[in-house]
Write a protein that binds this ligand. Structure first.
Ligand SMILES: CSC[C@@H](O)[C@@H](O)C(=O)COP(=O)(O)O
Length: 393
């Protein structure tokens, strides 16, 4: 399969409209179905669409973070399988490539396996190939709708929770990474709650961690906050401590990439230090995530595979919005001596005991324990909790 991704080089004309600009959509031009993504590596300087016509192109978009964030990775995975089916590629091979494109977000393998199971069930049930492809696409669309609904429910639960934790309103919320419309079929996870707080007139300030090294906070959350008309302030990740010490943070809201059975949460690197700071300063630390992020097959935080990214993301500054910026060592501006070693985990793990509450579409867990998580999932266990044949984890 040849990488046929195409930079449509369209600067989207959405500057004057609030998000949601769909971060991902399915299109069926005469040449065949495609998955259209907003290239998140080029935001905020340019809103450029990336058109994926095959699975290797989508895998590359996932690895390069053109498409990113746990819930959106789930959708990309499911639509990727649908794309493989619709274009007549080997679905099993496509599912393997997609499921392992990045290791930490539970949603990716969940979305892939859900679509793959739908395809298999259709084929095993005697469906013609085209019909099975249509079933697979319908499954991806169903996941998309469910994710949008989950966003809405989490926003409602999160808003109510903040009202209980912090009576009086007028919150100063600190967030990390990017968790809004750009990562979801709907309004997002933690940022979805922030938006609900803002729309309720209760957001005094959004503190946005820049989120080193790839600046998802500075480039993406600030972009979403600006479009929502929020009062927001950007800070370097290392400035968070002094902000807590000054009493300027009322609550921390973050998303999650994988929640283990013991309630430990893997999220963007830098989340764990915020949880430690929040505990020391008696500030609520709240995780917002759909049940597709819960992985009951991973026993504890120590068993979560944490993606390690290339050192050049730390030793070089990528020029924002240059096509493929930062993708290759040597393509950015060096900020360290040549040959410097860099430690660059993409995620860290926050233990359950540091988390005030986990907000899901099905309700809020607080205190966060493995038992409470299992109970929440028990009514209808999240599909991500099922063993995933061939998932290799
Ligand atoms: C989008 S909700 C939670 C997480 O996916 C988010 O906080 C995050 O860590 C994303 O990491 P990224 O490496 O940008 O995909």
């Amino acid at each position: 399969m040849v990488d046929q991704s195409e930079d449509r080089s369209t600067v989207l004309a959405h500057d004057d409209v609030p998000l949601p600009v769909p971060a991902l959509r399915w299109e069926e031009p005469p040449e065949g179905p495609v998955l259209v993504l907003i290239d998140q590596t080029r935001l905020p300087a340019e809103e450029v669409e990336l058109v994926c016509t095959d699975v290797p192109a989508l895998v590359e978009a996932i690895r390069s973070l053109a498409v990113r964030g746990a819930p959106l990775l789930g959708l990309a995975g499911a639509y990727g399988v649908a794309l493989a089916a619709a274009r007549g590629y080997d679905v099993t091979d496509a599912a393997e490539q997609l499921a392992h494109a990045r290791p930490t977000a539970a949603n990716l393998a969940h979305g892939v396996r859900r679509a793959e199971r739908a395809f298999r069930a259709a084929v095993d049930g005697g469906a013609e190939y085209e019909e099975a492809a249509a079933v697979t696409l319908a499954e991806a669309r169903a996941l998309h709708r469910e994710d949008a609904e989950a966003s809405e429910r989490m926003a409602g639960h999160g808003l109510a929770l903040l009202g209980e934790l912090l009576p009086g309103g007028g919150y100063r919320v600190l967030t990390h990474c990017n968790t809004g419309t750009l990562v979801s079929g709907g309004g997002g996870t933690a940022f979805g709650v922030v938006r609900a707080v803002h729309r309720a007139g209760e957001l005094r300030r959004l503190w946005v961690d820049e989120t080193r090294p790839l600046l998802q906070g500075a480039r993406l959350t600030a972009y979403e906050a600006a479009r929502e008309g929020m009062a927001y302030t950007l800070l370097t990740d290392s400035a968070a401590g002094s902000l807590f010490a000054a009493g300027e943070v009322d609550a921390v809201l973050v998303g999650a990439d994988r929640i283990a059975a013991d309630g430990s949460v893997a999220n963007k690197v830098g989340t764990y230090p915020l949880a430690v700071l929040a505990r020391y300063h008696h500030v609520p630390f709240v995780v917002v995530a759909p049940l597709t992020t819960v992985d009951l097959t991973t026993a504890d935080g120590g068993s979560i595979e944490l993606e390690q990214r290339p050192g050049h993301e730390v030793t070089e500054f990528a020029a924002p919005s240059a096509p493929g910026a930062g993708a290759e060592a040597g393509s950015g501006i060096p900020v360290a001596p040549l040959g410097a070693q860099a430690y660059n985990p993409a995620f860290d793990v926050t233990p359950a005991e540091l988390i005030t509450a986990v907000v899901t579409e099905r309700g809020v867990i607080s205190p966060v324990t493995g038992d409470a998580l299992a109970e929440l999932c028990a009514a209808a266990p999240p599909p991500s909790g099922e063993p995933l044949p061939g998932d290799g984890r």
